[in-house]
Design a binder for this molecule. Structure first.
Ligand SMILES: Cc1ncc(COP(=O)(O)O)c(C=O)c1O
Length: 312
């Protein structure tokens, strides 16, 4: 429908790109991009901790595959050297990684891409709408003007919590995806009600930066107070994914259950979603939380933390 096209154009404008294509979910966008843009003569070089949907998407491509160690630029450069004989190399990274809330070293990745004539693909599901002063994502937070060739992201997280995904980038790439990307061709498009609400979200984001300001205030307050109380909070200090490290899997699940009794809904994550011995409670801070709500959550963490002897 017309509104689908309107949303695609709005997404492209938001990201400062030429065009965009909508999918039913970002899982589909990731499943549909690599097979179309690469052949057996190419190589895809991917961070080992990229999201499952990227891994599945890469499996569908006939390109040579190489994994580099998480955020390890030396290893990435090694893989770029090893694949010099390939026609085209694509570096694939999440902008922000979902379990730790850590951010890709994008400036350095881009300079490697320039040096080795590679293109960069970035998944911005955990950045779009809230990272950077106006929510444009990882590039904006790191002070990089739009540069990454292909961005995939979701409408189902910061942008309203409904569903939907997209690819945005050069016009020719988007046109090719429209002709060849299987999850786009062989699946329903987004329901019009979701397209309508997503258009509204972008309109709000593009006219008002108070969301990102509130979020930053809330994130800093939560992280600072939790660290002061003696908890170990992982990830980038500016990111609203705040993983509270507890290490032990049973403890993480018990802690989350006790938090729920206090009226706080947080999720415990343990192996195999995160490495063994790295169990944590992942707290997600929102722009719409009030300071009172954040303090209630911090106080519940302190009470249960003392009960379970995580802090003194
Ligand atoms: C990094 C990343 N990419 C892709 C997806 C898939 O997004 P969607 O829920 O829109 O399919 C997720 C969702 O968890 C994600 O975290």
């Amino acid at each position: 429908m017309d509104i689908h096209r309107q949303l695609e154009k709005t997404i492209a404008k938001f990201h400062g790109r030429e065009d965009a294509i909508l999918y039913a979910a970002c899982f589909d966008a990731n499943a549909g991009v690599f097979e179309v843009l690469t052949t057996k003569d190419d190589a895809i070089i991917s961070d080992e901790l990229n999201h499952a949907s990227i891994i599945d998407g890469i499996r569908l491509s006939k390109a040579r595959r190489a994994l580099y160690k998480h955020l390890d630029l030396g290893d990435l450069e090694g893989k770029l050297k090893e694949t010099q004989d390939c026609r085209r190399r694509m570096i694939v990274t999440d902008g922000v990684f979902s379990m730790d809330g850590d951010v890709a070293p994008l400036k350095e990745i881009i300079s490697l891409a320039d040096r080795y004539n590679a293109i960069v693909f970035m998944d911005e599901c955990h950045s779009t709408g809230f990272l950077g002063a106006t929510g444009r994502g990882t590039e904006e937070m790191l002070g990089i003007s739009p540069r990454v060739e292909i961005i995939n992201s979701t409408l189902g997280k910061a942008l309203g919590g409904a569903m939907g995904g997209y690819t945005t980038g050069p016009r020719e790439v988007i046109e090719l995806l429209r002709q060849r990307s299987r999850p786009y061709l062989f699946s329903n498009s987004l329901a019009p009600s979701i397209v309508g609400s997503s258009l509204k979200v972008f309109e709000m984001l593009m006219s008002d930066s108070s969301f990102t300001k509130n979020l930053q205030k809330n994130v800093s307050h939560f992280r600072n107070e939790m660290i002061k109380a003696g908890f170990k909070v992982l990830g980038n200090p500016k990111h609203p994914i705040c993983p509270v490290l507890l290490e032990d899997a049973k403890l993480a699940s018990q802690f989350a259950d006790e938090m729920l009794k206090e009226g706080i809904y947080v999720i415990g994550f343990s192996y195999p979603v995160v490495p063994k011995g790295k169990a944590r409670i992942r707290v997600q801070i929102s722009a719409s939380h009030s300071l009172d709500q954040i303090n209630t959550c911090i106080n519940a963490f302190k009470t249960i933390g003392r009960q379970l002897r995580v802090i003194n």
